[in-house]
Design a protein around this ligand. Structure first.
Ligand SMILES: C[S@@+](CC[C@H](N)C(=O)[O-])C[C@H]1O[C@@H](n2cnc3c(N)ncnc32)[C@H](O)[C@@H]1O
Length: 429
């Protein structure tokens, strides 16, 4: 397919998403099924275009004075794919599948408008009701933070130190531009591809099948590292899900001690069985029902709560979630977070540690929740976040502190990671 056909396809997928409110992968898959002639390069380009549009949907629509899918795709090509109005017209000339676009002169006028005249939420490409929350989280840099969440995300890998070293994995990796991550000691970053290009398929590598690495955002790797699990400890991963952080902690613990991995939705634990086997992890026990937790009460050296959250920190990877988020969703996640904090705290032994993590940047899910937890649970005290960062990550860079300094707040703009919050408490002895 030439660019014209890809533009048309992206506009069709966006129209489908708007009409049927369904997940992006489902709409892309259906388009692929009914257009079998499209090759893998076409599918990657169409997917990239759709996701890029969703990342900056509000500002594209404001500049174009129009939210029709074709206008949004055009804006994306001009603002995110480095086309000029003239080069775009040139590329589409003679392409019989190309949709009719506005003239290069009209496009130049529209895209040339000053976005600084737009309302704040449009400049930031975030839902209007979240602007105040971003300001509370980041202060003066809130706009740059929101805009950075509208970029493409790299592919990050965590080397499984139970089986391999970072240099060895890097040497064997086919992915172009792969390099060591900035903060995470076992991380490898494959930069996001540009324009229509496909992201490297790291999970097709033999090294992945051998368990030498896992796919995990650097922010998630850091959250596991900062939780501080040590060899020989008894650890409860209370919201273990598919086990991203369980596996990272098992490697930090050098396969010794025990991680009890629990999730209230036991089906979410299922993929971990295969991951544990591939990774050569031997110190994890899955707990499939809440009753299985009873013997652990008051006995854990360390408890990790990777809390259910709105996922605002992952908007680069799931830009459609940004526009689906509602105040009701947020309120409901906040209630979940209070519940998991109180329940999980009961498993920490006197002198033990409780780590609270979200992949959200909203203070309501982060420092507001931890402050409320401490009021309800005076037997816990906060460990100093700046010290935690310098001990585990290094003192060369300032710790990315949350606004009230009681926790760490990672983000694409601050740490070039997904958005993550972490706060660590100690149970008084
Ligand atoms: C952010 S995800 C976990 C991701 C996982 N830790 C990882 O690193 O791959 C949050 C998990 O919390 C679980 N969850 C939600 N409410 C819970 C509750 N009340 N108790 C325990 N787990 C809960 C969800 O099922 C979900 O799997």
């Amino acid at each position: 397919m030439r660019l014209g056909g890809r533009i048309q396809a992206a506009a069709e997928v966006l129209a489908d998403l708007a009409a049927r409110h369904r997940p992006v992968p489902d709409a892309l898959r259906d388009w692929g099924t009914s257009h079998r002639f499209a090759g893998s390069g076409d599918r990657a380009a169409i997917s990239n275009l759709v996701l890029d549009v969703l990342r900056m949907k509000a500002s594209h629509a404001w500049l174009m004075d129009d939210e029709a899918p074709l206008s949004l795709v055009t804006a994306s090509l001009l603002r995110q794919w480095d086309f000029s109005p003239e080069s775009l017209a040139g590329e589409l000339g003679g392409d019989k599948f190309a949709p009719e676009l506005k003239s290069p002169e009209d496009l130049a006028t529209l895209i040339g408008k000053d976005l600084g005249d737009a309302p704040e939420h449009i400049q930031a490409d975030i839902p209007e009701w979240t602007v105040g929350h971003f300001k509370a989280a980041f202060g003066e840099t809130w706009l740059a933070e929101a805009q950075a969440l509208a970029g493409r995300a790299p592919l990050d890998l965590r080397v499984n130190t139970l089986k391999a070293g970072r240099e060895k994995v890097l040497r064997g990796l086919q992915a172009p531009g792969a390099h060591e991550t900035r903060f995470a000691p076992d991380g490898i970053r494959v930069p996001a591809p540009e324009g229509p290009r496909r992201q490297a398929a790291a999970t097709s590598e033999v090294a992945f099948a051998k368990g030498w690495f896992e796919v995990q955002d650097e922010g998630s790797q850091l959250a596991a590292l900062l939780t501080g699990a040590q060899p020989g400890e008894q650890v409860l991963d209370y919201c273990a899900g598919g086990g991203g952080k369980t596996l990272a902690m098992a490697a930090s613990m050098e396969n010794s001690g025990q991680i009890h991995a629990y999730d209230s939705d036991r089906r979410r634990l299922a993929p971990m069985v295969e991951r544990l086997k591939r990774g050569g992890v031997r110190n994890v026990q899955l707990i499939e029902a809440a009753e299985g937790l009873s013997p652990l009460k008051g006995r854990m050296d360390r408890v990790l709560i990777d809390a259910p959250c709105t996922g605002t920190g992952t908007w680069r990877r799931r830009p459609d979630a940004k526009w689906r988020l509602s105040e009701d969703n947020l309120a409901s996640r906040m209630a979940d977070q209070d519940e998991v904090l109180d329940k999980a705290a009961a498993f920490v032994k006197p002198g033990g540690v409780l780590a609270y993590v979200t992949c959200s940047v909203l203070p309501q899910e982060n420092t507001d929740r931890t402050a409320a937890f401490l009021t309800r649970n005076p037997g816990f005290e906060t460990l100093e976040a700046a010290r935690l960062w310098s001990d585990k990550v290094g003192a060369e860079t300032n710790a990315p502190l949350a606004a009230d300094k009681t926790g760490l707040l990672l983000s694409p703009a601050r740490t070039e990671t997904d958005g993550f919050f972490l706060s660590v408490f100690k149970r008084r002895a």
